[in-house]
Design a protein around this ligand. Structure first.
Ligand code: NAD
Ligand code: ZN
Length: 278
């Protein structure tokens, strides 16, 4: 299956990878629904997460104070380092095969691992986003501890003066429109989708493979030139790499599942791609 995936990647014109929390477990960050997942072990944490957005809307000052003083659910994300899976995807991009990563992860590890073209579907823990104009800034541009000491929370947007929240998309919060647009563009263009380390139960992200599978390529306006010119573009190949089968596997939505760890399987695929390309 590793060799088959390598061949399909080499044949593809626009391959994208979709990644989830399972991708970062080998970097020491727990996922939510795996056997040692945060929700699996602590259902109360899950209940609190569901009311977090409401809390932010009702009282952003108290929300920020809680964020800055309470424990972090995912541990110290700033210290986490990419694992071999992150580096393998970055290398597949460098050699021109992988065109983009659309990740649900908020840990910034794809960027740290060297991938350039990334859509952070659920935002990033390392950034703040304006709740009104959506301008994003690195977290370090705000001295949040000082704002708290001076009783000046929540932080305000340098562009429009409105209240800032974390860039992380909270449960119940709409996905920012620029992110929706970019991911739909990629899903419509792709002819190969590698889905790695996600249980594929969080919506609307889980709709992306469904949309790729259902799209009618013929009905898209084809450009006059370029790889998608003319009619008859190939259908999409959907491959999962996951520790366990997912609803996409069970419904037959993915073509096949390579069962195992992304940090072990992706470097093998990369190796095979390099061998075949020689
Ligand atoms: P999930 O926890 O629902 O599912 C993770 C999946 O990955 C499971 O199917 C598990 O069996 C599998 N898995 C675990 N380790 C793996 C490995 N090494 N290799 C391959 N597969 C492995 O995760 P989700 O589908 O991404 O949904 C959780 C949501 O929570 C996401 O939307 C994300 O925003 C957020 N989240 C992010 C992080 C992070 O940024 N690292 C961590 C936890 C949760
Ligand atoms: Zn703003």
């Amino acid at each position: 299956m590793i060799e088959r995936t390598a061949r399909e990647l080499i044949r593809s014109r626009y391959a994208v990878a979709l990644t989830g929390a399972g991708f970062s477990t080998e970097s020491g960050i727990p996922d939510f629904r795996g056997p040692s997942g945060i929700w699996s072990k602590n259902p109360e944490a899950e209940r609190m997460a569901y009311i977090s957005y409401e809390h932010f809307l009702e009282n952003p000052k108290s929300w920020w104070e809680e964020r800055l003083t309470g424990p972090s659910l995912l541990g110290d994300l700033e210290r986490a380092m990419p694992n071999p899976g992150h580096y393998a995807l970055a290398d597949l991009e460098k050699i021109g095969i992988l065109k983009s990563v659309i990740t649900q992860n908020i840990d910034g590890l794809h960027e740290k691992g060297g991938t350039e073209n990334i859509v952070e579907y659920h935002g990033s823990i390392l950034k703040l986003r304006c709740a009104v104009c959506s301008a994003r800034f690195h977290r370090d541009e705000f001295d949040l501890a000082k704002l708290m000491r001076d009783n000046l929370l929540p932080p305000h947007c340098p562009e429009c003066g409105s209240i800032m929240k974390t860039d992380v998309v909270l449960f119940g919060e709409p996905i920012p429109s620029d992110v929706v647009r970019k991911s739909l563009e990629k899903v419509q263009k792709c002819d190969l989708m590698l889905i790695c380390g996600t249980s594929a139960v969080v919506y609307p992200f889980a709709n992306l493979p469904r949309m790729a599978r259902q799209r009618k390529l013929e009905s898209f306006a084809m450009p006059e030139t370029g790889p998608y010119s003319g009619k008859g573009s190939p259908d999409v190949i959907i491959i999962e790499i996951n520790a366990d089968p997912t609803p996409l596997t069970k419904e037959g939505l993915s073509d096949y599942l390579i069962q195992g760890k992304t940090g072990e399987i992706l470097p093998k695929i990369l190796e095979e791609v390099k061998k075949l390309k020689k």
